[in-house]
Design a binder for this molecule. Structure first.
Ligand SMILES: *Cc1c(COP(=O)(O)O)cnc(C)c1O
Length: 392
């Protein structure tokens, strides 16, 4: 028998739950893409995305997922043979680096360890050693969605500046934007990118890039520029050029509603909501870990992301299967080096206490049903924490 009738819950780190309001906003006829309404829709979204990235720089919007948006960034900054330094903390910056290599860049990895965040002092030391300033850009994922690591983006920004090296600081905020504080200008970031299907609660298919003046200067001489991605081609007065063709009208209707919802809730509340729900997950997981079969992938608690938690276990397949097939909760699997060795609970985007407590309840139920050794009382610990933290 199963207890899974009703809505399936995606506890996946993307695509995340899309609010009904966002789905509803897309259920309409397309706009005349040459109309004033369309021009205003584009301008308003680009302005609001700059607010979300916290930058005075320009923002560009692409029809692409995160992988496409990575290429948008690289092609606008690099020439063949340019060197980039990839800061390893899991799958994502590494995959970005692979794209750079395939495009003709030289890629160096600052080796990390999947059980911890990038160390700022190692970044500074590597840049100081590059006396000839051959490294053009440093690539980092704010949150690595595979390992569950949260990197200290401001500390690494400070380290780059302290080294006196002119490399551009380029940050992937796909798994953090609109979930956790992100301050592009204040943190010394030159280029930031993100996508629609995680904290932004919109279907996959839109990618965003924010760029400061320093990066736009480097862009002028970049040799990898191609017409669709090109920032310069998207500037100027003609609206059609801003999308390099037909605008993704329906995704923009959805995004408009999603961004309005973010501003209605307020970014401060959103960040706090993510922090509290993430901590509830960690409190429950800490109980389960007492049984010995489960372990946090990220060792140091302060380096665990508020958007996704990665838990190590020997064979996560039966647990994921039980949660999905018996209970209708879809957990993330381990990816990259953690494939077959971990599962992930996402807590990003349009999530609330019942969704998270429900998910934790189902995981604990699965641990019990499958006789996986675990400490009990995980859900109780989560409830205790939330009850103490969310004032009446
Ligand atoms: C999901 C994700 C991506 C990739 O996004 P796709 O849309 O799947 O291409 C990139 N970076 C991070 C940190 C992510 O979490």
């Amino acid at each position: 028998m199963t207890v899974r009738a009703g809505r399936e819950f995606l506890a996946l780190p993307g695509p995340t739950t899309i609010p009904d309001e966002v789905l509803g906003a897309m259920h309409r006829a397309p706009l005349d893409i040459y109309s004033e309404e369309m021009v205003e829709l584009t301008a308003g979204l680009l302005r609001d995305l700059s607010t979300l990235f916290a930058t005075q720089g320009r923002t560009y919007m692409y029809i692409a997922n995160g992988h496409g948006t990575w290429e948008a960034v690289l092609s606008n900054l690099l020439s063949r043979g340019d060197k980039v330094l990839v800061l390893e903390s899991g799958v994502f910056a590494m995959a970005w680096g692979q794209a750079a290599r395939a495009m003709g860049a030289e890629v160096e990895v600052l080796p990390g360890d999947w059980s911890r965040a990038v160390r700022a002092e190692e970044v500074e030391a590597r840049l100081r050693a590059d006396r000839g300033h051959t490294i053009k850009a440093v690539l980092l994922a704010h949150v690595d969605t595979a390992s569950g690591a949260m990197n200290d983006v401001p500390a690494i920004g400070k380290a780059i500046r302290a080294s006196g090296h002119p490399a551009l600081y380029v940050v992937d905020a796909v798994a953090s934007l609109a979930c956790m504080p992100f301050e592009m200008d204040k943190w010394g970031i030159d280029v930031a990118m993100s996508a629609s299907q995680k904290g932004l609660m919109t279907p996959p298919g839109l990618g965003f890039v924010a760029v400061n003046e320093r990066a736009r200067e480097v862009h002028r001489t970049a040799g990898m520029r191609t017409p669709y991605w090109d920032w310069t081609d998207r500037e100027g007065a003609e609206h059609y050029r801003k999308h390099a063709g037909t605008a993704p009208v329906h995704l923009m209707f959805g995004l408009r509603r999603a961004v309005d919802m973010l501003f209605e809730e307020g970014l401060e509340n959103i960040f706090l909501r993510h922090r509290l729900l993430a901590e509830a997950v960690r409190r429950a997981a800490a109980q389960w870990c007492e049984g010995g079969a489960l372990k946090f992938n990220i060792r140091e608690p302060s380096q665990r992301s508020d958007t996704v938690t990665t838990l190590l276990m020997d064979d996560p397949v039966p647990l994921r299967q039980y949660c999905k097939e018996k209970c209708g909760v879809v957990l993330g699997n381990g990816i990259g080096a953690l494939q077959g060795k971990a599962f992930r609970i996402a807590h990003m985007g349009h999530v609330n206490a019942p969704m998270i407590l429900g998910t934790l309840g189902v995981v604990e139920m699965g641990l019990k049903a499958l006789r996986i050794p675990h400490g009990t009382g995980g859900v109780e610990a989560a409830i205790g924490f939330l009850g103490d933290s969310v004032a009446p």
